[in-house]
Design a protein around this ligand. Sequence first.
Ligand SMILES: C[S@@+](CC[C@H](N)C(=O)[O-])C[C@H]1O[C@@H](n2cnc3c(N)ncnc32)[C@H](O)[C@@H]1O
Length: 471
Amino acid sequence: MAFEAAAAKAPARRGRAGVPRRVMDPTCGGGAFLLAALDQFVARGLAPVDALARVAGHDIDDGAVRATRQAIEAWAEREGVRPGDRPEMDVRLSDALTVAVEPGQRPDVVLGNPPFATPLRGDGLPESAHTLRLEHAELLGPYADLAAVHLLHAVRSVMSQQGEEGEGGVVAFVLPQSLLSSRDVAGLREWLRSSAPTTHVWASDQLEFEANVRVFAPVLSVGGTASTTQTWAEQVAGALGVPHVDLDLEHGTLADLATATAGFRDEYYALAEAVGEESALGTGHPRLATVGAIDPLSFSWGSMPLRFAKQAWHRPVIDEDRIPSAKREWFARQRQPKVLLPTQSKIFEPYVDRNGSVLPVTPVISVHAAAEDLDRIAAVLLAPPVVAWAHRRWFGAALAINAIKLAAKDVVTIPLPPDRARWDEAASLVPMGPAALPEIAALMTQAYRSDDSLLRYWLDRAPISGDRLSE
Ligand SMILES: C[S@@+](CC[C@H](N)C(=O)[O-])C[C@H]1O[C@@H](n2cnc3c(N)ncnc32)[C@H](O)[C@@H]1O
């Protein structure tokens, strides 16, 4: 992919169309990427001896450098390049982040699988990475992954040849998917969108490598023009099969109808202080809702035990009198009718609390609106196009690859559907509860003028049984 991208960039400048001038792996390990590059050169018609002159690698590990050199020697042997004819091999023991590349030796393709490491403390990075991060503190925050520092360095090293040799180049790195949403890399992501737009993305939904991380590999066109306005998260979501859906803002957003809030730690502790079993506190108190107790249009309180504050509860209720005075206002607001929305699920799972009798525990989001709009809000959250849209938009933010995580402030950015009649029809079914879910989803797919592929995507993800779907 990186070869194709490099070829597409400026074939005329190279001796042979579609063949990069120099491919570098700055953290080459055992040399797997360089061997693949050598094969690609030959596949594109270069003589093996010429291919050998076009690859270069670095590693800080002596054993890795030796392994790469041996692997390349073995490749040359297999390809019949006699030892005396082989060009000097440019595979060096060096720190990729400090090594100076001589003019004329600059790569136009940088490939790599850099080390990943999330610093547990701000700037718990190796010395050279720490220095580089500080130089670019506007792009990389203190908790930026080490892989992001290597990426920035690679892009900059290709960039610096632009004026000098007249063209940009391509960088293709394997990166941890945490870079899709990490706040400490937000500046870098933004900068790359204009300086080195992503032309292709490969992604895996499996845990890769010993480090047990999910990875993706963007191909960046340094100095190129963007062919898409999609973010990395959206591109990776697309590569992993999340359907693409454009929702326009012409018809407004949930912010026109509602506000959304989620409690923080203080609210959690206030509830932990005030919780008790209904059998002890008596009836009429608000019921406690955790993420696990809410499913789409249903609330399992009383029928299933729930865990809260390291304890199992059967019918947990909140004693208003034990809520600290500093939290009274928050508490009073939660006693209003609202839609409750747990986060980190595969579809959105709204539950309408019609009389304000449910007290949500963080991270359940409360969506407050006029009583007559609650069912319409639930219908929007159940719309398959909305789920796909949100899944792409916030891809990688949730702990599980398939889950969707969004914050209270994000909920109100959800666009409203264009077809009001279908939307109202779907909303009228919300009081029927879970049995109406498939019909609501079908109507809301139409309300957003989307097609059945979105409905199928939603049905595949919905925690509702096949029996219920065929009812
Ligand atoms: C995940 S491995 C690369 C694997 C390689 N792509 C392969 O196919 O074998 C990462 C490599 O980066 C090297 N490394 C870590 N920090 C480095 C640095 N600052 N400069 C150069 N190499 C580095 C490590 O020694 C390790 O060999």
